[in-house]
Every structure is written in structure tokens, then in C-alpha cells.
Design a protein. Structure first.
Length: 285
């Protein structure tokens, strides 16, 4: 089945799908995105992802490209046309196409909307989760508004590449106070010696992950204690467990940070349970 993308009102072959050279997303990273898990052909937690999309857009004063019901229909259509059973659907909305000028274009300039979908190798993901991943820490160098899910991801790109070159899967940003903020594309978690699940508060310094929110609900429902506080890499090295969360990776155990083996080097039981039970707590639509 050949891939199809949605681009500004049309379903087009993925290999030739393109936006205008003066799209503000292309020229200024003036846009936002969402990644939603697809499971069994259904969208996972779409309502929360669209809530966050609306918030990101409103923070940047970009109009919703279409109403929520229409957007849901496009997401579903792209998933269906690509025959995606398990994978992700990607949505990007920008301030639209206009003559290059930093200030906003004329009112009424239509936002651009692109939607793509792709399959995930579920077996490979599960295999990875049974061994866990390695993480490195890098200095935080992003702008303070990382709560907005913008397509301006250059520090994240560089951090991920640095991780890859170090043989790791993820890089955790560490702020000026010495605390881990989040991963380049994931939220960061540890489990302390006394079994508390710790993740940084989402008021500032991180993207408020949808997976993070669902995992917090799941953990509480399973009788686990979740504490929202900052932690240092040193605390993480000595933690009982560590893991990362994102819509595309769900709960992924971390077994090594900056060369320090976490506990016995095996995925921890809390991360494994949260991964297994995640979909009992997520919303399907
Ligand atoms: N932080 C960052 C920087 C991310 O890019 C992502 C994934 N898009 C996350 C956290 C996790 O968010 P979510 O659980 O909503 O995918």
C-alpha cells in the first residue's frame, strides 16, 4: 500500500507531498505539532492531544486550521488510507504561507495543516522494552517555552544525535540548577529506593506529556506513589529504576545513564507494569 499524506485539504502521495517554500513552518519553525499513537487502527488519547494542540496554537496566536471534529476525521482518514494498525499519526499546523517577514502575516492568512501516518515495528519496540535503553545527560539549551509543542526542535535534534553517537537512545536535558528537565523527545522518570515514582512538575521546563499524564493516573490507580519534583542525574544514577515516556514509545525502561548502570541493569518492575497496563488507562477513539 503506497503512503498518503494530507496537505492543506488534499490527500496526496507521500513521496511527492510538499508545502510551499514560504510556509512559515519551513522558514521560521512557526508552527506546532502532535504525535498520537495508533493502536488497533484507533487513535489513543486523541482528545488530550487535540487539547494540547489547541493550547499550543493559542499560545502562538495561530488559529486552529479546522474544527476538532473535522480534524479528527482527517486524522482517521490518514490512518485508514495508510492502512496503519499500530503506529503513529503526525499532525503539523503552521502560521501558513506568506511573503517572508518575521512579523505575523495579514490576518486571514490560512494556517497550513499536514497529517501523515506510519506503522511502528511493534515487535522491535517490545524487544527494546525487555532490555531497556541507555540515556546520556546534556546541558539544557532550549528556550523557556518548551511547554509549547513547536516544530522548533533544533536543540532536541542535536541532543538526540549526540545520544545516538554515544550509543544511547535518548538525551536528558539538565538545567542550570543541575536538575533533569526531560528527554529530547520524552519525559524523564525515576523510581526511588523506597518505591516513589518521581517526575518533574510540568509547570515549567518540560512539555506536559500526554503519556506522562496517563502514566500518572495509571500509577495512582495501581496504588503506586507519584511525586512531582525535580531530580538530579546523580539521584538518577542511584535510582532503583528509570524510564522515559512518549506517545511513540509509551513507557520505555532506562537501564544506563551516563555510563552508570541503573540497579541491576535490567528493566525495573514498575516500568514494566506501567508499560503493560498503560492501555487500560488510555482513551481510545
Ligand atoms: N517531551 C518532549 C520534548 C517531547 O518531544 C515529547 C514527545 N512529543 C514528550 C516530552 C512526550 O510527550 P507525549 O507523551 O505527549 O508524547
Amino acid at each position: 500500500m503506497s503512503r498518503i499524506a494530507y496537505v492543506n485539504g488534499r490527500y496526496v502521495p507521500h513521496r511527492t507531498a510538499s508545502v510551499h517554500v514560504e510556509d512559515r513552518g519551513y522558514q521560521f519553525s512557526d508552527g506546532v505539532y502532535e504525535v498520537c499513537e495508533v493502536r488497533g487502527g484507533h487513535l489513543v488519547d486523541a482528545r488530550r492531544h487535540l487539547d494540547r494542540l489547541e493550547r499550543s496554537l493559542s499560545e502562538l496566536r495561530i488559529a486552529m486550521p479546522m474544527g476538532r471534529a473535522a480534524l479528527m476525521a482527517v486524522l482517521r482518514e490518514v490512518v485508514a488510507r495508510n492502512g496503519v494498525k499500530n503506529g503513529i499519526v503526525y499532525l503539523q499546523a503552521t502560521r501558513g504561507v506568506a511573503r517572508r517577514d518575521h512579523a505575523f502575516p495579514a490576518p486571514g492568512t490560512a494556517p497550513s495543516l499536514v497529517v501523515t501516518a506510519r506503522r511502528a515495528d511493534m515487535a522491535a519496540q517490545e524487544r527494546l522494552a525487555t532490555v531497556g535503553v541507555h540515556v546520556i545527560c546534556v546541558p539544557e539549551n532550549r528556550w523557556p517555552r518548551v511547554d509549547i509543542k513547536t516544530v522548533g526542535l533544533l536543540p532536541n535534534v542535536l541532543a538526540k544525535q549526540q545520544a545516538k553517537e554515544a550509543g544511547a537512545r535518548e538525551a536528558w536535558f539538565v538545567d542550570a540548577e543541575g536538575h533533569v528537565t526531560e528527554g529530547s523527545s520524552t519525559n524523564a522518570w525515576i523510581v526511588t529506593g523506597d518505591g516513589q515514582i518521581v517526575t518533574r512538575p510540568a509547570e515549567s521546563g518540560i512539555l506536559k506529556g500526554i503519556t506522562r499524564a496517563v502514566v500518572m493516573e495509571a500509577a495512582k490507580a495501581l496504588g503506586l506513589v507519584v511525586v512531582e519534583r525535580a531530580f538530579t542525574p546523580q539521584e538518577a544514577y542511584a535510582a532503583r529504576e528509570a524510564f522515559i515516556t512518549a506517545a511513540s514509545t509509551l513507557v520505555m525502561p532506562v537501564v544506563e545513564i551516563d555510563g552508570h548502570t541503573i540497579a541491576n541493569g535490567q528493566p525495573g518492575s514498575v516500568a514494566r507494569e506501567l508499560r503493560q497496563r498503560f492501555h487500560d488507562f488510555s482513551e481510545v477513539s
